[in-house]
Write a protein that binds this ligand. Sequence first.
Ligand code: GLC
Length: 564
Amino acid sequence: MEKNTDRKWWKEGVVYQIYPRSFQDTTGNGIGDLQGIIKRLDYIKSLGVDIIWLNPVYTSPNDDNGYDISDYRNIMSEFGTMADIDELMTEMKKRGLRLVMDLVVNHSSDEHEWFIESRKSRDNEYRDYYHWWPAEKGTPPKRFSYFDVDSNAWKYDEPTDSYYLHYYSAKQPDLKWENPKVREEVYDLMKFWFEKGVDGFRMDVISTISKDIDYPELPGKYKGDFIPYYADGPHLHEYIKEMNQEVLSKYDVMTVGEAPGVSKEQALNFVDEDRKELNMFFHFSLMSLDREPGETFKMRQEQWKLTEFKKIFSEWDDVFAEKGWGSLYLNNHDFPRSVSRWGNDSKMHWQNSATLLQTFLLSMRGTPYFLYGEEIGMTNIKFDRITDYQDINTRTRYEGIKKAGGDLNAFIEDEKRAGRDNARTPMQWGTNLNSGFTKAKPWLKVNDNFKEGINVAEQEPEKDSVLNYFRNMVQVRKNHLALVYGDYRLLLAKNEQVYAYLRTWENERFLVLLNFSTKRNSVTIDEVHFNKAHLIISNDDAINNKTDNSFELTPYQAVIYKVF
Ligand code: GLC
């Protein structure tokens, strides 16, 4: 029987997520590309990270920036060619970096040849690759769609007088996993990439691939929140198991599923080692903490509380205490920048809150995932105008509110905190034009605060910069296996300002103290003796007031002590 303390490269690795469109343009079209990533590999290596997760780079008409794939075995022309990805892999291998690609197979693009065929006639050989509902049966039962102005996941298609299903945009029809041929196609394309040397997949909305193909009315209990229904398809685990058997088990690769709607109770069904399904998945508990119940993108009125934040991380840690393995993230390309959301991006607190969050992620149990730019403390851009947004999600929701006569100003205010484009602005490399991302007009505006120190070039030589703190903290994790595999125990659970916990492994014990507030805060921990403790890292060089059992933290200070 496997244990979750069995050592694995994907448990000890730190992941760096690259949104290729926004990383580095080398061709002068305002869009990042694969050569740009190759150019920056030495920088990435210098961070100490081990694994790159690349958002989709396959051929795509870009309705949803590559999450609508029209050819799974080719590269989007804006990003480069197959030769470029081969070169990227070779250059990464030379540097000991691993590559995880995005696998987007809940849906394809409507421009994929399978769909082009499928919609031609009811007896086309690809008809059953997608979900169709013949119009003579009336209007299909309601299904929600994320990127549809009317939130309607069934789109009427004239040529065959039928509706097709799309959980995302109408240009992203859902693939019909119930058809064994579809599953075979997916396994084949996975093998194609593994044979090329890819080290794993991040599996886009993998929790929703299985559908009840009788398409019943949405069961009552899901009426307010359809996402758990989508994630509870009847054959989900059968398909993932089959995928493991047919493909994953044959390679030394890592898998992380994106799993909206999956609860703590269901978690081990995906990642219990003995079930042979996936290695990890991304839950959405933190991502919904400051949102309206059942809403992925709408902010709630009430400010989130640190006790809620701790509860989420502590409960999820507990899920994987004996079996399975967690994944840790504070933002990604779908959610706003971590420092703006969970820290404080004001001039006064930006630096320490950015490094506090890095300390947190790198001292928790699970595999940590950082979004490009998080290592230099990139912040939300907070666009004022709808015309600045490029994201299909923001644009369609805006249209929907407009159509319904809703409050568009309130929506824009909300998007400053919730919009996905906040996380997608170009990487801030330097102080030159467009921060060195492109010489042309960037596809999405560069955040102007690259002129205020939020860029690689200026942080590079500064000993205490956010960037160099990140590098040091990555090494702290690497030097202490306790921070990877150690047991986690929450202290001071009710404290609304300070997050404190112990990580213990074999004979070593580490105390992590994180002051999530703009005030100084003193904590007393009876079981710790600061007089004997050994400081491992601090994001502030202030001299702290302390006694043997108490410690006063400065605003947003993060410290790790080895305790005895
Ligand atoms: C996932 C992706 C997101 C995309 C959606 C549809 O949630 O992370 O960017 O829009 O799936 O593919």
